[in-house]
Design a protein around this ligand. Structure first.
Ligand code: HEM
Length: 403
C-alpha cells in the first residue's frame, strides 16, 4: 500500500452545533470526487468511497473482502485492532463461509417473525413509558427508555437473562468505544464471550424456547459449531441487537425535538407515515458512522480509480446517505420523503441481519413516546448534550428530557 502523507485524517468528529450532519472534512471529500485517500488512526491509509452508487457496487463486489484478519484491514482504533483476531463472526467472513453461517440465523429475523413480536415490543414500550411517567420529569431518555427497550427485546429473543444487563451493557460500551485501551477491549470482549459460553452450555443441558437454546441444541450439541463459535455469534447478536437501536431511538428523538414540524408528523402519523419517517431518520442520522471497512483482494476500479489488491477501502454510509444524486435536498430532515435505498443498514451480503427487528422497535418507539408525552422537550441546550463522536455507533451518551 502506498503511503500518502498528505492524506487528510478520517474523522468522525462533527462540527460544533451540527451534531446530525457528517463531519465537514469528509463531506468536502465527497464534493471533491468519488474516491479520496484518507489516513487512519495508526498512520495507514485507506480509500474512502464517498458516493452512494459506488458504495453499493463495492459492497456487492466479491473482490472486496470483509475479513478483518487480512493484513491491510482498516481497523477503527487500537482497541479494534487488538480484538480483531478475537472477534471472528460472520460479520467479518467472506463467501461461502459467511452465507453458510448467516443462514443459520435468517429464520429468526424474518419480517413475519418480527411482525409476531410486535405485541410484545409494544408491551415493553408501554411499561417503560409508564415507569418514566411515574418517576416524573426530568429523565434521561437513554437509561429510561432508549437502552432498556432494545436490550429487553434482544434478551427475550436470545434467552439472555435481562438482570445481567448492567454487565453486558458495560462490556458492550467498552467494545464500541474507540478510546478503550487494547487491554480493556480484550478483557471486555473475553468476559462477554465467557458469559455467553456458559449460557449456551447451560442451554444445551436444559433448552428453553429461545435463539441461544436452538444454537445450543442444533449447532453446539451436534458438533456443527464449537462452544466458542456459538458464544461469539451470540455476542455479535447481543451487542448489535441493543447498541444500535438504542442510539437510533435516542438520537432520532433528539433530532425530532429540534424539528417540531417533523416531530408532529411522526406523533400524528399513521403506521405508513411512521414507517417512512423511520427510514428517513435512519438515512439522515446514519449512526454506523465509522463506515463499512473492507480490503480489495484484486486490483479493481472504483469510481474510475484503480484500487490495488490489498488496499483498504471504507464505504462512508453517512456520505452516501447525503448524496444529492440520490436524495434531493439531502441535508434536510423530511420524514415524508422516500428514503428507502439508504445505506444505514449496509448493502450486499452483510446487509444488517436485524433490520426487521430494528424497524419494528423504532416504528413503535417514536410515536408511542411522542404521544405519551406531547410536551416532550430537551431539558438542556443542544450544545450541552454529550454526543458519541468517539463510539463505533453514533448517538448520545445521555438525553436529558422533561415534559
Ligand atoms: C438501527 C439499528 C441498526 C443499524 C443502524 C444497524 C446497522 C448495521 C450495518 C450497517 C451492518 C452492516 C455491516 C457491514 O456491512 O460491515 C449491520 C450488520 C449486522 N447487524 Fe445490524 N444494525 C441495526 C440493528 C441490528 C439489530 C437489532 C440486530 C439484531 C441482532 C443486528 C444485527 C446485525 C448482524 C448480525 C449483522 C451482520 C450481518 C452480516 O455480516 O451478514 N443489527 N448492521
Amino acid at each position: 500500500m502506498t503511503e500518502a502523507p498528505t492524506a487528510p485524517a478520517f474523522t468522525t468528529r462533527r462540527a460544533s452545533g451540527c451534531p446530525f450532519d457528517p463531519p465537514p472534512t469528509t463531506s468536502r471529500l465527497r464534493e471533491e470526487g468519488p474516491l479520496a485517500r484518507v489516513s487512519l488512526w495508526n498512520g495507514s491509509t485507506a480509500w474512502l468511497v464517498t458516493r452512494h452508487s459506488d458504495q453499493v457496487a463495492v459492497l456487492r463486489d466479491p473482490r472486496i473482502s470483509a475479513d478483518n484478519r487480512r493484513p491491510g484491514y482498516p481497523s477503527i482504533s487500537a482497541a479494534g485492532e487488538a480484538t480483531r483476531a478475537h472477534n471472528r463472526t460472520f460479520l467479518t467472513m467472506d463467501e461461502p463461509e459467511h452465507a453458510a453461517q448467516r443462514r443459520r440465523f435468517t429464520g429468526d429475523f424474518t419480517v413475519k417473525r418480527m411482525q409476531a413480536m410486535r405485541p410484545r415490543i409494544e408491551r415493553i414500550v408501554t411499561e417503560l413509558l409508564d415507569a418514566m411517567e411515574e418517576a416524573g420529569p426530568p429523565a434521561d431518555l437513554v437509561t429510561g427508555f432508549a437502552l432498556p427497550l432494545p436490550s429487553l427485546v434482544i434478551c427475550e429473543l436470545l434467552g439472555v437473562p435481562y438482570e445481567d444487563h448492567g454487565f453486558f451493557q458495560r462490556a458492550s460500551a467498552v467494545i464500541v468505544d474507540t478510546r478503550s485501551t487494547p487491554g480493556d477491549a480484550l478483557t471486555a470482549s473475553q468476559e462477554l464471550t465467557d458469559y455467553l459460553s456458559a449460557l449456551v452450555a447451560a442451554k444445551a443441558r436444559e433448552p428453553g424456547d429461545d435463539l441461544l437454546s436452538r444454537m445450543a441444541t442444533q449447532q453446539y450439541a451436534t458438533g456443527q459449531s464449537t462452544l466458542d463459535e456459538c458464544a461469539k455469534q451470540a455476542r455479535l447478536l447481543l451487542v448489535a441487537g441493543h447498541e444500535t437501536t438504542a442510539n437510533m431511538i435516542a438520537l432520532g428523538t433528539c433530532a425530532l425535538l429540534r424539528n417540531p414540524d417533523q416531530l408532529a408528523a411522526v406523533r400524528d402519523g399513521g403506521p405508513e407515515r411512521v414507517a417512512g419517517a423511520v427510514e428517513e431518520l435512519l438515512r439522515y442520522l446514519t449512526i454506523t458512522h465509522m463506515g463499512r471497512r473492507r480490503t480489495a483482494t484484486e486490483d479493481i476500479e472504483i469510481g474510475g480509480q484503480l484500487v490495488r489488491a490489498g488496499d483498504a477501502v471504507i464505504c462512508a454510509a453517512d456520505l452516501a446517505n447525503r448524496d444529492p444524486e440520490v436524495f434531493g435536498d439531502p441535508d434536510r430532515l423530511d420524514v415524508d420523503r422516500q428514503a428507502r435505498g439508504h445505506l444505514a443498514f449496509g448493502s450486499g451480503p452483510h446487509q444488517c441481519l436485524g433490520q426487521n427487528l430494528a424497524r419494528a422497535e423504532l416504528q413503535l418507539a417514536y410515536p408511542t413516546l411522542l404521544r405519551r408525552f406531547p410536551g416532550l422537550r430537551l431539558a438542556r441546550p443542544l450544545d450541552e448534550i454529550p454526543f458519541r463522536d468517539d463510539m463505533a455507533v453514533y448517538g448520545v451518551h445521555e438525553l436529558p428530557v422533561a415534559w
